[in-house]
Design a protein around this ligand. Structure first.
Ligand code: PLP
Length: 383
């Protein structure tokens, strides 16, 4: 038996995605830049995928650039913005809880002479908007990068307000929406971000495919130059099959959102939390959920078990077939809570006792109930 509760790490490739991709790995293996019919067929498949992704987020197809992964999308946006503005007199504002795919490149920018400020979050893991406004309202021109939803806690950030604040300062704004797309409505026609990163493997496409939304007329400097594919914004012969897979996954997530599939995932997550509380919450505060209860993706439970140590629980859970993560992605070799938990102000004890349980459209009620049984047993041994 194995029960997968780690969908924020990656997701199972959807059978429909595999089916859509297969022809482009077998018979239709042509170069999409070739002018003859077979090449044009491959190009047509890419353009269909571009429309599918654009439709999921309310963009125009020309605003979508396919990339090799979410990390690349983040780097492309940030490096284009930084290079376009120059290191003299440019300020960059990010949140403290960004993924390393935003923190590491902006740290490198700080080392290269840009002014970079990391803004903290409140106790619920949401951006401190007052501090953000203050950081942005410096006299300097600049840009901000604020994630739409956090990968550890699932906490959703106030993107509308972030856009209002950055726009009134005349700044550009990028968002890492990698943990939001496919989990909640992400619409660039409603939220005025200039750049938005997507990664396929977080919503049932394969690993190694992503895209970047670049709003029409936003200045953009390519990070990868060459043959001019993707409108010159990301050169390199396109990975047709994976792009087709990303398009199909986007279509599936649109259908799931429309037909109640995402609500079902949220109900399962709530069932998981309710059952943990019912079975273990005998003493007040023994089971604690971390992060905002109101602003979060519907698929994540981030939960601490007082007195337990996640590092001890994880191998025991794995032994019993439960695949999940520690709520605190401990830095390798260092006994420290994650930067996300530190930013939220969690105690070390609470941080180290937490699990991240993340579901997907493939999760079932039976799996949730069985996982609760196993978690309860392990917690009772570890406490
Ligand atoms: N940003 C966030 C919030 C993520 O969760 C991840 C993946 O874990 C990434 C960026 C990196 O995406 P990829 O694995 O496609 O490079």
């Amino acid at each position: 038996m194995s029960i997968y509760l780690d969908s924020n790490a990656t997701t199972q490739v959807h059978p429909r995605v595999v089916e859509a991709m297969m022809p482009y790995l077998t018979d239709n293996w042509y170069n999409p830049s070739s002018g003859y019919r077979a090449g044009r067929g491959a190009k047509g498949a890419i353009e269909k995928a571009r429309e599918q992704v654009a439709s999921l987020i309310g963009a125009s197809p020309e605003e979508i650039v396919f990339t090799g992964c979410g990390t690349e999308s983040n780097n492309m946006a940030l490096k284009s913005l930084a290079r376009g503005m120059g290191r003299q007199n440019t300020k960059i504002v990010v949140s403290e809880i960004e993924h390393s795919a935003v923190l590491r490149p902006t740290e490198a920018m700080a080392a290269a002479g840009y002014e970079v400020e990391q803004v903290t979050t409140d106790g619920e893991g949401r951006l401190d908007l007052g501090a953000f406004e203050e950081a942005v309202s410096s006299k300097k021109p600049g840009f901000a990068s604020i994630m739409w939803a956090n990968n550890e806690t699932g906490v959703v950030q106030p993107m509308l307000e972030v856009c209002q604040i950055t726009k009134s300062a005349g700044w550009s704004v990028h968002t890492d929406a990698i943990q939001a797309v496919g989990k909640l409505p992400v619409r660039v026609d409603e939220v005025g971000v200039d750049f938005l990163s997507i990664s396929g493997h977080k919503f049932h496409a394969p690993k190694g495919i992503g895209c970047l939304f670049i709003r029409k007329n936003s200045p953009f400097q390519p990070m990868i130059r060459g043959g001019g594919q993707e409108g010159g914004r990301r050169s390199g012969t396109q990975n047709v099959a994976y792009i087709v897979g990303l398009g199909e996954a986007a279509a599936i997530m649109g259908e799931e959102a429309a037909n109640g599939g995402l609500d079902r995932v949220e109900r399962l997550r709530n069932r998981l939390e309710d059952r943990l509380i019912a079975r273990l919450g005998r003493e007040t505060g023994f089971v604690q959920f971390n992060g905002s209860r109101d602003y979060r993706t519907g698929n994540v439970a981030h939960v601490s078990f007082s007195g337990c140590v996640a590092a001890e629980m994880l191998p025991m859970l794995d032994e019993r077939g439960i695949q999940c993560s520690a709520g605190s992605a401990c830095m390798t070799g260092k006994n420290q809570p994650s930067h996300v938990q530190k930013s939220m102000g969690l105690s070390d004890e609470r941080a180290f006792s937490s699990l991240r349980l993340s579901l997907s459209i493939f999760s079932t009620e039976e799996e949730v109930d069985e996982a609760v049984d196993e978690i309860v047993e392990v917690v009772n041994i570890c406490v």
